[in-house]
Structure formats: structure tokens, C-alpha cells
Design a protein around this ligand. Structure first.
Ligand SMILES: Cc1cc2nc3c(=O)[nH]c(=O)nc-3n(C[C@H](O)[C@H](O)[C@H](O)COP(=O)(O)O)c2cc1C
Ligand SMILES: C=C(O[C@@H]1CC(C(=O)O)=C[C@@H](OP(=O)(O)O)[C@H]1O)C(=O)O
Length: 390
């Protein structure tokens, strides 16, 4: 499967085209809209989230609630577009470019794509870069992920993301917690954490940062249960599923690191405290007594829960701006300020959940390919039984 996205942050709409989902899979706009709503929540976001109420329109590839096997096109309109038509639209040129010139960005913001993107594409107005490099694009990545999540849920795979750290405040993660309980607890948390004891502390850290004209980052964790063993492959570098998950997490705006299982902690422990012992029981089949390797051995799933963590840096736009250079005059200036979030870690957790869901669904479709959803699902069921008895 693959997907492309298009759209500028303050343009009329965002679009995504999904290819390769099997035909005959139930999919409705509501499946997508509930995920879009989850991405909009979260303490620390700026005013834009009050302007938008993201909903997707399915404009092709689905009929009477089922996928057709043809490309699926999804559209999410930007409500904010009405405030930006003079700046973004052709009207700006017709109106003598006054508004456009007023909003021209020539002072590169440190930590953003502005300067590198301007040099690369030759844009003297860095708005031509920031409109597309903005994380507004993650809206339609969540829409694509919603279709993938639907596929996963129909073949018995559950996925959820939660926040484990914000601005140095760490959640105490109960490793025995069931996924359903984790989902319920985090869904109602303004910072999407399951640890009620640190929730307020995280919000205070966000308030502090905002008050100081600063921003903070954090760590999110994605857990997926029910993946059959042996998905992915060890035979070639680009077929390793853990590698694909790492790339997917790193592709999210502002993500700077990724861990699978205990991740970097493995560097500080002996092998006996890192590897997971193997066992077998008639009901369960093969399993690991622990899951320190986060559901992966040899680039393939072990059948244990998949655990992926991602590190988000603090938001780069600061109300107390860092110094930069104006590309017109080459003079030092305080960087431009666009309206900004002070912390988007809870929202980014949903993006992480979505991109991981897409990679897992893609790996299943590659491995158990059928044009028809029904036979695809049956093949996964057969494989689970085969692996149990193996
Ligand atoms: C959900 C989400 C919301 C974001 N909101 C903002 C924001 O309001 N202001 C900002 O400067 N950066 C924001 N970012 C981060 C920037 O998009 C990102 O840092 C920038 O595009 C540069 O990319 P890089 O950090 O991956 O190098 C957000 C990121 C995500 C995932
Ligand atoms: C629009 C979204 O996030 C935006 C991501 C973003 C950035 O620079 O990445 C900057 C801000 O854009 P604006 O200046 O329009 O408020 C955020 O609001 C969104 O998440 O839907």
C-alpha cells in the first residue's frame, strides 16, 4: 500500500490518496473523523485548533460503506482558509499583492524547514516553504492511518498511543496494564497520559513554558497487540519491519528519536536482561516470557505486543524568538513568529499511532496479499493457527 498527501497549511484543503487497501473492507467517514478529532485534542495547542473542526470527505474508492479496491481519495477542508485567501490565493496577485507582501516571510525560524527549504527550492518568500512543512499535513496522515486502523481492528489487531513524558515530567508506566484500560484512561486525559499523578505536573510544565515564551517536547509510546509472528523479514535491509516503523516515526514533524522496546536502555544492560526467553503453551502457542525487545526479532514480529517510542523536540516557534537572519538584508533579527502551539506532544501521539498503524497494515497486506478483504483476513487467521502449532 502507499499514500500521498497534498495541501498547504493555510490553503483550501488537504488531500490524501490511498492505494492498495483490499476491496470489500468496511470504511466510513466516521471511522476517519473520530481519529481526526482525537488529533485535535491535547493541552498546549494554539488558537488554530479552535478554528478547525477537522472532518474528512471520502471522494472516491468507497461505495455504500465498502472499499472498492480503487484509489481512495480523502479531503479535509481548512476552515482557516477563509482568513488567508488574500495571502494564499490568486486574489493576492490580482489585488496588487499587498496582503501577500505584508505576510512575506524573510526571517527564517530556527528549527523549521524555512531556510534550508528556501535555499533548496529558490524561494525568496519562505511562506512557500512553511506552508507545506507545517504539521498541518499530519491531519491527512491521521486520516490515512484511520483506514489502516480499521483494517487492523478487523483482523484482531489493536493499537493505541499515549504520552510517557512531557518537558522532563515522566509518567510511571504500568507495564501490566491492558490495552483497553490504557485507551480509556488516556482518552480522557488532557495530556494523554495514563498516570493521573503526573497529569497536572505536565500541564503546569506546559503553562510555565508558555508563560516564558518557550516550548517543550516529550516522548510518546505506541503499543500494538495481536500482530501475528513472522511479519516483516530478515532477508533484506529494506524489508525489516522495525526499520520501517523507525522511519515512519522519524517522518513526523519534530520527531528526533525512536526506540523499540527498551531501546537505548539495552546499551546499559547485559544480554541476560535484554533478550526475552521463549516458551510454548497449547492455548497461546509460542510466546516470550518478557517483552523487552518490543515485539521484534530479526526485523520480524514475534507476536508479542509491539512497543515503539518516539521523541518530540520542543516546538521551534518561540514567542520569545531566537535570533536569526533576514535573507533580504542579511541583518540579524529575531525570528518571525507565526501563531504557534507551546506543546503538541499529546496530538503527536495520535500521529505516531497513525503512522505505525499504516506500516503494520502495509506489512500485512504485502505478506498476506489478496485483492479481496475477506480472503486476506482468512489468510491471517490461518497463519495464526499455523504458527501456534508450528
Ligand atoms: C502535531 C504537531 C503540531 C505542531 N505544531 C507546531 C506549531 O504550532 N509551531 C511550530 O513551530 N511547530 C510545530 N510543530 C513542529 C514543526 O512542524 C516542525 O518542527 C518543523 O516542521 C520542522 O521539522 P523538524 O522539526 O522535523 O525538523 C508541530 C508538530 C506536530 C507533530
Ligand atoms: C494546523 C495545525 O498545526 C499547526 C502546525 C504548525 C507547524 O509549524 O508545524 C504551526 C501552527 O500553524 P498555524 O500558524 O496555522 O496555527 C499549528 O497550528 C494542525 O495540527 O492541524
Amino acid at each position: 500500500m502507499r499514500y500521498l498527501t497534498a495541501g498547504e497549511s493555510h490553503g483550501p484543503q488537504l488531500t490524501t490518496i490511498l492505494e492498495g487497501l483490499p476491496a470489500g473492507m468496511p470504511l466510513e467517514a466516521e471511522d476517519i473523523n473520530q481519529e481526526l478529532a482525537r488529533r485535535q485534542k491535547g493541552y498546549g495547542r494554539g488558537r488554530r485548533m479552535q478554528i478547525e473542526k477537522d472532518t474528512a470527505e471520502i471522494v472516491s474508492g468507497v461505495r455504500h460503506g465498502y472499499t472498492l479496491g480503487s484509489p481512495i481519495a480523502l479531503v479535509v477542508k481548512n476552515n482557516d482558509w477563509k482568513h488567508w485567501t488574500n495571502i494564499m490565493g490568486i486574489e493576492a496577485v490580482e489585488a496588487g499583492q499587498e496582503d501577500e507582501i505584508k505576510r512575506k516571510v524573510t526571517r527564517a525560524r530556527p528549527g523549521h524547514a524555512d531556510l534550508n527549504g528556501a535555499i533548496k527550492y529558490g524561494h525568496r518568500d519562505m511562506r512557500n516553504v512553511l506552508e507545506r512543512s507545517s504539521a498541518r499535513e499530519t491531519t491527512v496522515r491521521v486520516a490515512a492511518g484511520a483506514a489502516a486502523k480499521k483494517l487492523l481492528s478487523l483482523v484482531g489487531i489493536d493499537i493505541v498511543a499515549h504520552v510517557v513524558e512531557i518537558g522532563g515530567v515522566k509518567a510511571n508506566v504500568d507495564s501490566t496494564i491492558k490495552l483497553q484500560a490504557l485507551k480509556e484512561q488516556t482518552e480522557n486525559s488532557p495530556v494523554r497520559t495514563a498516570d493521573k499523578n503526573v497529569e497536572q505536573e505536565m500541564m503546569t510544565a506546559i503553562d510555565e513554558a508558555k508563560k516564558n515564551g518557550d516550548s517543550i517536547g516529550g516522548v510518546v509510546e505506541v503499543i500494538a497487540t495481536g500482530m501475528p509472528a513472522g511479519v516483516g523479514s530478515y532477508v533484506h535491509y529494506d524489508r525489516k519491519l522495525d526499520g520501517k516503523l523507525a522511519a515512519a516515526i522519524m517522518s513526523i514533524n519534530a520527531f528526533k528519536g525512536v526506540e523499540i522496546g527498551i531501546g537505548f536502555e539495552a546499551a546499559r544492560k547485559p544480554g541476560s536482561e535484554v533478550h526475552d526467553e521463549i516458551a510454548w503453551e497449547k492455548e497461546k502457542g509460542y510466546y516470550r516470557k518478557t517483552n523487552r525487545l518490543g515485539g521484534f526479532e530479526g526485523g520480524m514480529t514475534t507476536g508479542m505486543p509491539i512497543i515503539v517510542r518516539g521523541v518530540m523536540k520542543p516546538i521551534p516557534t518561540l514567542y520569545k524568538p531566537l535570533m536569526s537572519v533576514d535573507i533580504e538584508t542579511k541583518e540579524p533579527f529575531a525570528a518571525s513568529i507565526e501563531r504557534s502551539d507551546s506543546c503538541a506532544v499529546p496530538a503527536a501521539a495520535i500521529v505516531a499511532e497513525s503512522v505505525v498503524a499504516w506500516e503494520l497494515a502495509n506489512a500485512l497486506v504485502e505478506q498476506f496479499y489478496s485483492d479481496r478483504f475477506e480472503t486476506f483476513a482468512e489468510e491471517i487467521k490461518r497463519t495464526r493457527e499455523y504458527a501456534r502449532e508450528f
